[in-house]
Ligand binder design. Structure first.
Ligand SMILES: Cc1cc2nc3c(=O)[nH]c(=O)nc-3n(C[C@H](O)[C@H](O)[C@H](O)COP(=O)(O)O)c2cc1C
Length: 427
């Protein structure tokens, strides 16, 4: 059976992340083709997580006012539109599915709002023609970038030769790169793992191939397919890729804190950092990186705010309200189409509603770890049967809070086992 990582195996459990390198900082900006991304931070694509609601939520939670009084908590009102998260990406979407779907269904898969720009759509698949068609659909839908997934370790994706399955077939990757490149004019990027396993490390060769085929950037999750999510990401391979190409390199793997982000830049000289699992458990991570970078630049010593219970309450409340609003919007659209909806359509609509409530429950368990009395709230949320009922439970819980206390990052990250369960389900 595949090894699951335990908390003991992760350096994430350490109270302080990587040692703070003195001069290194996450760059203020970088460009992928003609798209400028500022700051140089990217929200990683995560199936089942990074839908439009979560992406907008992260952008808002990331708002950062560089000149703000740094003694205020992160709940302080922000007055500018600067987000600590420079680029967001969709969950991966099957190119085969996308090219076969009806227009209305496609729209749902590719939903995004104006305030999400710049935004990249990620595709997976192994058929060059289908991937090229889907890239065109993505471009026509107004996305700023299109990304190819060569990292997904999921059996059902690999079985169709997609995701990390393709890492064993560089000649096919070359055909895909060329087909997609010829199909679109928007910047085209690839996100990949180091290779299938330790006997088949291809990341440097792959990055060179991407550059030669006209791709505009590469993102490396520094693990092999066989690693799954175990052990620690091997950042030295990000450095090796950076040495090998001139196009921007985005580093990914095991960034938990602003210190980690700075340490990755220091160790690899990557052009940007990409953050995945830390974002659902600490949605302020991008804002903290921005704050850490700004304070470090100003005084030489980086610092950032730690969310309080009240910040956490507002965060849960905001995210759930966004989900409830999104469900209401979908329901309204479906009500107007009710007459046209077939029985299958109505069943699908009800399933989507259940999914949204399920998502609230999933997020509730991530968000409420570390909150005094959080287990009571989780129980109430899991028993709720509708979106508004979940909101009521959150409201009632925080109306009579247990002792408020500042929540340190350490407490907010201890539920990796829960996140990992979600990964296993998603893959
Ligand atoms: C629940 C979950 C879903 C994911 N889905 C995708 C995906 O759709 N596409 C992708 O390229 N990577 C996916 N990943 C991998 C992340 O993008 C990222 O590479 C990985 O989590 C390592 O980064 P981290 O250490 O910052 O989490 C997923 C990861 C998780 C935890």
């Amino acid at each position: 059976m595949k090894k699951r990582y335990t908390l003991e195996q992760k350096h994430w459990d350490a109270p302080v992340g990587h040692a703070m390198p003195e001069h290194s900082r996450v760059p203020a900006s970088f460009s992928i083709g003609n798209v400028r991304i500022a700051p140089a931070t990217v929200l990683a694509p995560m199936a089942g997580v990074t839908d439009t609601v979560f992406r907008r939520f992260i952008k808002n939670a990331s708002l950062f006012t560089p000149n703000a009084d740094l003694s205020t908590t992160v709940e302080a009102q922000t007055t500018n539109q600067q987000s600590g998260c420079g680029l967001i990406m969709t969950e991966f979407t099957s190119a085969d599915g996308l090219s076969r779907m009806r227009e209305s269904k496609r729209k749902r898969y590719l939903t995004y709002y104006d305030d999400e720009h710049p935004i990249s759509a990620q595709l997976f698949g192994s058929n060059p023609g289908t991937l090229a068609d889907s890239a065109r659909i993505v471009q026509d839908a107004g996305f700023d970038l299109v990304d190819l997934n060569l990292g997904c370790p999921a059996k059902r994706v690999v079985a169709c030769n997609g995701g990390s399955g393709l890492l064993r077939d560089l000649p096919l990757i070359e055909v895909i790169f060329k087909a997609v490149r010829a199909a679109v004019t928007i910047p085209f990027t690839v996100k990949f793992r180091m290779g299938w396993n330790d006997s088949n490390i291809v990341c440097v060769e792959l990055a060179r191939l991407a550059e030669a085929c006209g791709l505009n950037a590469v993102a490396l999750h520094a693990r092999t397919r066989e690693d799954g999510y175990t052990g620690q990401a091997r950042w030295e391979y990000i450095a090796a890729v950076k040495d090998a190409v001139r196009i921007p390199v985005i580093g990914n793997g095991d960034i938990r804190t602003p210190e980690d982000a700075a340490a990755m830049v220091d160790a690899t000289r990557c052009d940007a950092v990409m953050i995945g699992r830390a974002a659902p458990s600490n949605p302020w991570i991008f804002r903290q990186i921005a704050q850490y970078t700004a304070t470090k630049e100003a005084s030489g010593v980086g610092s950032y705010d730690i969310p309080t219970d009240m910040d956490r309450y507002r965060m849960i409340r905001t995210y759930f309200q966004m989900l409830v609003d999104e469900i209401a919007l979908e329901e309204a659209a479906e009500a107007t189409r009710a007459a046209e909806l077939t029985e299958a359509g109505q069943i699908a609509a009800r399933a989507r509603h259940r999914d949204a409530v399920g998502k609230m429950k999933q997020f509730a368990s991530w968000f409420t770890h570390g909150i005094p009395g959080g287990s009571t709230l989780r129980k109430q949320i899991f028993e709720a049967i509708s979106g508004p009922a979940v909101l009521d439970a959150v409201e009632a819980f925080f109306a009579n809070p247990a002792k408020p206390a500042a929540i340190g990052l350490r407490e907010t990250v201890l539920h990796e086992d829960v996140l990992h369960e979600a990964i296993l389900q998603a893959t």
